[in-house]
Design a protein around this ligand. Structure first.
Ligand code: SER
Length: 378
């Protein structure tokens, strides 16, 4: 009797995991880079109940491209939930000293497969958040590099996630849509013919991840982010960057020169909502996900609308418009609104910041930062 219990209890637990948590249990022996894995064995090891092994409720997380706009903030939230040592931030750049103080930071080059694999093995990584990418404007200025980082780098990460049975998060974007996509709103599934290398690489990522999910059971998760607005970190060369810069200009010179037309409407999101969406989506049980790539929405505004809202706090803000043809053409090809009803229905997504909350939070955070740095506030 006792031995029957010993056999059946773990078996029942495994069957539950297989039916609800899925993932690599459903894999059909992929062969990549000369390795042939027994998925069942990998899965057993990765989900084994143990105090010191990472498991479903206690993941070990690697974040690539961690020194961009999103990595440090996401690491902070994940470290609060899963422990400082269980979240490894990485980049090819040298971080400022305070990043080292917050938790583990390692060098990781997404173009170096062996380097990535060593990290995954040594740190017993179970979740990977892949933030390395060149954004829309810098991508157009250096197409060859964007192709390398955004496509070759992604392939390394996909192969590694498959081999090591990782839960893999890759962000996508409003940039994954193009002029022939429905714009108001853009649904999850529709025509996607972007005209930037950034957008092309992101559609490629969505499709590769979904393909590997359907064929081998890779636990691939992808959110299409709107333009992300943050006070403490700078975006790195995107079309939506004006929506961060305008707050800094409002409190420094009181003048913002906008590279988009006053009426250019784009989907946007406060970084707090973006991080929360990412964490909630990563934590969602697989059985709740009817899709692997979801739009997430919070608000849509034009430069003139955000300026009007800022003027409620900084009445002297002056904005002049000097549209840059490259960025204006990109923005005009993107959706003005996202339909995120699938994310709301499947895993309970709901934004918390509207335009009013976003503007007052941005202004007070930047105000505090300037004051503590001894900088004047206009
Ligand atoms: N923020 C990005 C960009 O503007 C869009 O995802 O390129």
């Amino acid at each position: 009797m006792l031995s029957g219990v010993r056999v059946w209890v773990p078996l029942a637990a495994t069957l539950f995991r297989t039916s609800c948590l899925g993932g690599c249990n459903r894999m059909r022996s992929p062969q990549f880079r000369g390795f042939s894995w027994s998925p069942r064995l990998i899965s057993r090891w990765n989900t084994r109940d143990s105090i010191d092994l990472p498991n479903e409720d206690n993941p070990r997380i690697l974040i690539t491209g961690g020194l961009g706009q999103l990595g440090v903030g996401l690491a902070e939230i994940l470290r609060k939930q899963y422990g400082k040592e269980n979240v490894i931030l990485s980049d090819i750049k040298k971080p400022p000293p305070e990043v080292y103080q917050c938790g583990p930071f390692v060098y990781a080059d997404v173009l170096d497969y062996k380097n990535l694999r060593e990290l995954v093995v040594n740190y017993r990584i179970t979740w990977l958040v892949h933030y390395s990418a060149l954004l829309s404007v810098v991508g157009e200025a250096n197409v060859a590099l964007a192709r390398k980082i955004n496509i070759t780098g992604l392939h390394n990460v996909l192969d590694l996630a498959l081999e090591s049975c990782l839960r893999l998060f890759v962000p996508s974007t409003i940039g994954a849509f193009g002029p022939t996509s429905p714009r108001d709103p853009a649904p999850d599934l529709c025509v996607q013919r972007p005209r930037t290398i950034y957008g092309v690489s992101k559609v490629h990522g969505e499709l590769m991840g979904e393909y590997l999910h359907h064929k081998y059971g890779l636990d691939f998760r992808c959110l299409r982010y709107p333009g992300v607005i943050s006070a403490n970190t700078q975006p790195g060369g995107g079309t939506t960057d004006y929506a961060v810069q305008i707050f800094h200009d409002a409190l420094s010179t009181g003048h913002h020169e906008c590279y988009l037309r006053a009426d250019t409407r784009l989907p946007m999101m406060h970084i707090g909502d973006c991080h929360r969406a990412t964490v909630e989506f990563m934590q969602a049980p697989e059985c709740q996900l009817s899709l692997r790539t979801y739009n997430i929405a919070a608000m849509s505004f034009t430069p003139e609308e955000v300026a009007t809202e800022i003027r409620k706090h900084v009445p002297h803000l002056k904005v002049t418009y000097n549209p840059d043809p490259v960025r204006q053409t990109i923005a005009d090809s993107w959706p003005v609104r996202f339909d995120d009803s699938n994310a709301r229905r499947d895993w309970g997504w709901k934004s918390m910041y509207g335009l009013e909350e976003l503007v007052s939070d941005m202004l007070s955070s930047i105000h505090d930062k300037r004051t503590s740095a001894g900088l004047p506030v206009s």
